[in-house]
Design a protein around this ligand. Sequence first.
Ligand code: GDP
Length: 445
Amino acid sequence: MFETLSDRLTTVFSSLRTKGRLSEADINATAREIRVALLEADVALPVVKDFIARIKERARGSEVSQALNPAQQVVKIVNEELIEILGGETRELRLAKNPPTVIMLAGLQGAGKTTLAGKLARWLKQEGQTPMLVAADLQRPNAVQQLQVVGERAGVPVFAPEPGSGVGDPVDVARRSIEQARRAQHSIVVIDTAGRLGIDAEMMQQAIDIRDAVQPDDVLFVVDAMVGQDAVNTAQAFMDGVGFDGVVLTKLDGDARGGAALSVRHITGRPIMFASTGEKLEDFSVFHPDRMAGRILDMGDVLTLIEQAERTFDEAQAEKMSAKFASGEDFTLEDFLEQMMMIRKLGPIGNLLGMMPGMGQVRDQISQIDDRDLDRIAAIIRSMTPQERSQPKIINGSRRARIAKGSGVSVGEVSSLVTRFFDAQKMMRQMAGGIPGMPGMPGGG
Ligand code: GDP
């Protein structure tokens, strides 16, 4: 699932990766591409509109982090907004103070309710609960039998009207099942209800009657993610009818687009609680918005790096640096060292090049430096006098020899560092009076 959306978004981000900063036009173009990607993924239009508006607002806004380059900032914003749209926090089942907890399933026929009942029962059992399934779908031929089959597979008892008893009142079955659960000390009751192929008033009324009879702790709306846009209409109809507390998305294994997942919660305001991803009982999971967003963005590593960079990066240092450049002061060896040290704090150098604002520019310089080199460079710079560090031009032959001796390296190494530094300094100057991505600076943010 989500492959198409994932691919599209990855393309959008990779075209940003080379940018030093985002102009208004860049933001608009990016927003347009994200919009197309979402629409193609079958996300409902109002959801897309809200989403894009928020992305634009935040990308333009002053919240831009100093630790990230523009592409990473956009990834971060999109990731956070995806999590938000998918429901933010993971929502747990509401367990009743006085068992049994009653969970009622509602949804169209074929949505996967009966299958889900088995999955839920199996999972609840693993969680230490003692669930019981209830067959209150007396409409569909074989529905009772089907539930008995999944119940057996999950190793969970099923409450159903006796075959041939002619008992055809699902409300009565549901009501009696609660009494039975109390007697047999089941901690949770999962009630499977009837669905139709389309929404109709009679079915909705029956669901409402069952709801009123058993007072469920949670009504779960089960919806087939493969139906795309229709999922939104169905969700709205169930919301207006029986109402529900949480959503279960089924058949996520079959959907390359996944728009339903991104729309239902936003439209109905109800969280997605579980996901069903196959026909087997174990193809089931608790729905975690953050993990799902990570999967959609397909950028687990990048997201981790972003977090790491944000945690490590010292904002005060960045501001100091930023102020320095703004005032037109020169880039000194002191700054050079400081920048490299900041990068080192972030972890293995190879992984993190380009994470620093403006560092993309000196990436070539630094990519040739490994951690051990960095120690030597630090030693060399620390063997310099303050004057040498701030005015490296004065570092002549005899000074180089002294510095080499002081830091235990060859004169050649000192010279190569000084040369490298001058290259870096030149690049910094060429950055036209601003470090890209640094807010509050000419050309920044
Ligand atoms: P109900 O009418 O809502 O009770 O739906 P069922 O539980 O009978 O499911 C309808 C069909 O969808 C069955 O063939 C199930 O095997 C299938 N199904 C249910 N959940 C999933 C799922 O997550 N993935 C796939 N691929 N098939 C599913």
